[in-house]
Design a protein around this ligand. Structure first.
Ligand code: ZN
Length: 500
C-alpha cells in the first residue's frame, strides 16, 4: 500500500461528532418503517474497500449499482439480530430517521486480528453490501465494534439516489442461470444462490448436479428439512479456465472465475475468495438473500462469513458437513463451537465479553444464559461431561500415535523383518484400543447428556471460559450430522426473518 493511502484514514472531527450523534439513536426502538414510504422496490449495491491494519481502518466506497429488485423482507428493515462485527445504518437525510440497518462480517474484520495486521501491515479487501433503493438522499453510516462489542461510527457517506453516476446497467452477463426450486415471492422466501467456482465449460452439467446434491444435503438437515417450502434455490454458472482453486502452500495455482484460494490468513483448510465485487455481481443475476460458492475440487475445506457468503469444495467425503457448518456461519451468524484443548483462552473472543453469536457463551451470568429456555430439566449449569478425562485420554492417543510413527521409522532404518515390524505395530495398536475403550467408558458415563441442552465448557477456539449448548453439533462435530437445539433455533429465526 502506497503512502498516498495514508490520508484516507484521517477522520474529520466535525464528521465524527455528527456520527456519534447518529449512532446514539437506538436502532430498533422506533415505529416500524413502511417500506413504500422510503424505498423503491429495487436494490442499491454498494461496492466498497476496507483498508487498514489492527489499529486503523477505513471504508471507501468504490461504486454503486442499481439492481432491479429488492428480494429481502420489506417488513424487517432494521435487523432484529445483533450479529456481525460491523453494521450499516441508513438514515433519511431530511428526517434523520433510521430507515434501514443490518449487521455484517467481512474478511477485513478477521484480517485485523492477525499477526501482520497487529504489526501494522495494511491490507485492502473488497466488500459489497445491499440496501433497498432509497427514494430520497440518505446518510450511510458504517459502524464497527470495539473489543467490548460496542458499536462506533467508522464512516459516513451521503448518497443521493438520483446521482447519475450510479450504475444502472443490465445484469445480463451470458452466465448460465437455472432455478432448482421456486416456492414463492422472493420477498417472502429465503433465496439461496449457488455460484460455480473452478468448473470448466465442460463441467456445466456437473455443476447442475452438484447444486442439486447440495440442495439435498440442506434439506436432509433440521431445521432446513421442516422449512423446505420457505426456500427458493438458484444456480449461476460461469466457466473457469481451469478446475479447482489456488493452494498456495502447495504452490499450486488455478485460473478460476472467483479466484478462490486455500490458506486464507495462512491457515491450512481455510478457503476464501477476495473477489467481493464480482461475487455480488454474479449473485445479482437472480434474486438472492444468501450466497454459497461451490468449488470443483476433492480437497477438504471451506469458509463462511456472516451475511456475506460461504464457500466449500464439493467432492471430499466430508463436503456435506463442511457446507452445513460454513452455511451456519454465513446464513445464521453461528460461531465455531470447536476448540483446541491446548488453547486456554484466545484473542478472538476477549475474556469477560459475551460473544455476539447465539450458540456460544462466556457464561458471565449463569442465571441468564442466553439459551436458558432451552436448557433440559435437571441439567446443571455449567454441565460436567468428563471433559478433563476425555482430553487427557485424547492426548494419550496422540502421544501413542506419535511414538508409533517414530518407532516404525527407526525399525525401517534398522531393516527389521516384516514380522517384527508387525509385532511392533500391534503393540501400539493394542495400546490405542485400550485408550479408546477408556474413552468409550467415559462417554457411556455421560451418555444421558448427549441429547440434553446445558452449558458445556470448550467452544469458540477456547478450552476454558467459553461454553456451547450441547456435546455434539455441526458447529463442533456431529456423528449424526445434526445441529444442536440452540443452533437449530437460531437458524429457524433467520429463516423467519427472511420470510416475513
Ligand atoms: Zn450448535
Amino acid at each position: 500500500m502506497g503512502k498516498g493511502q495514508k490520508k484516507l484514514f484521517n477522520l474529520i472531527p466535525v464528521l465524527f461528532v455528527f456520527l456519534f450523534f447518529l449512532s446514539s439513536f437506538p436502532a430498533w426502538s422506533q415505529d416500524p418503517i413502511k417500506f413504500e414510504d422510503y424505498f423503491l422496490n429495487k436494490a442499491m449495491r454498494i461496492n466498497f474497500y476496507m483498508v487498514g491494519d489492527a489499529k486503523e481502518e477505513s471504508i471507501i466506497i468504490q461504486s454503486i449499482y442499481q439492481e432491479d429488485l429488492w428480494p429481502e423482507s420489506k417488513t424487517n428493515l432494521t435487523n432484529p439480530f445483533n450479529y456481525g462485527h460491523y453494521f450499516i445504518k441508513v438514515y433519511e437525510v431530511a428526517s434523520n430517521k433510521l430507515i434501514y440497518a443490518n449487521g455484517f462480517d467481512c474478511q477485513f474484520g478477521e484480517y485485523k486480528t492477525t499477526t501482520p495486521a497487529l504489526n501494522g501491515v495494511k491490507k485492502v479487501f473488497q466488500r459489497a453490501i445491499r440496501i433497498p433503493w432509497p427514494k430520497r438522499p440518505v446518510n450511510l453510516v458504517f459502524e464497527v465494534r470495539d473489543r467490548k462489542n460496542i458499536l462506533h461510527p467508522l464512516t459516513i457517506e451521503t448518497i443521493d439516489p438520483d446521482d447519475y453516476h450510479h450504475i444502472k446497467e443490465s445484469n445480463k452477463t451470458g452466465d448460465y442461470i437455472f432455478e432448482v426450486k421456486k416456492r414463492g415471492d422472493p420477498q417472502e422466501k429465503v433465496d439461496l444462490v449457488f455460484l460455480a467456482e473452478g468448473y470448466t465449460a465442460e463441467d456445466r452439467d456437473k455443476f447442475v448436479g452438484d447444486v442439486k446434491r447440495f440442495t439435498g444435503y440442506l434439506f436432509e438437515t433440521e431445521p432446513y428439512k421442516s422449512n423446505q417450502d420457505k426456500f427458493n434455490i438458484y444456480g449461476v454458472f460461469r466457466a473457469s479456465a481451469e478446475r479447482g482453486m489456488d493452494e498456495p502452500r502447495q504452490k499450486a495455482y488455478k485460473n478460476t472465475v472467483l479466484k478462490a484460494s486455500f490458506n486464507a490468513f495462512d491457515l491450512d483448510r481455510y478457503m476464501l475468495t477476495e473477489e467481493g465485487f464480482l461475487l455480488r455481481e454474479m449473485a445479482a443475476e437472480v434474486p438472492y438473500d444468501t450466497i454459497v460458492v461451490l468449488v470443483n475440487s476433492k480437497r477438504y475445506g471451506g469458509g463462511g462469513i456472516y451475511n456475506d457468503y460461504c464457500i466449500t469444495t464439493v467432492d471430499h467425503p466430508a463436503s456435506k458437513g463442511v457446507f452445513l457448518h460454513e452455511f451456519g456461519h454465513s446464513f445464521a451468524g453461528l460461531a465455531d463451537e470447536y476448540y483446541t484443548s491446548d488453547v486456554a483462552y484466545n484473542e478472538f473472543y476477549p475474556r469477560g465479553v459475551e460473544p455476539l453469536e447465539p450458540n456460544i457463551t462466556a457464561l458471565l451470568d449463569p442465571e441468564n444464559l442466553k439459551w436458558k429456555n432451552l436448557v433440559s430439566p435437571g441439567v446443571k449449569i455449567p454441565t460436567e461431561y468428563g471433559k478433563e478425562e476425555l482430553e487427557k485420554l485424547q492426548a494419550d492417543r496422540r502421544a501413542n500415535f506419535q511414538e508409533m510413527t517414530k518407532a516404525l521409522e527407526e525399525a525401517k532404518k534398522k531393516n527389521l523383518k516384516e514380522a517384527e515390524i508387525k509385532k511392533l505395530q500391534k503393540k501400539y495398536q493394542d495400546k490405542d484400543e485400550t485408550i479408546q475403550a477408556r474413552i468409550q467408558e467415559v462417554r457411556n458415563r455421560y451418555r444421558d447428556l448427549e441429547d440434553k441442552v446445558g452449558a458445556f465448557e470448550g467452544a469458540g477456539y477456547s478450552a476454558k471460559g467459553l461454553y456451547r449448548p450441547m456435546i455434539y453439533c455441526l458447529m463442533i462435530s456431529s456423528p449424526k450430522v445434526e445441529f444442536c437445539k440452540v443452533c437449530q433455533r437460531a437458524i429457524q429465526q433467520m429463516i423467519d426473518y427472511y420470510c416475513r
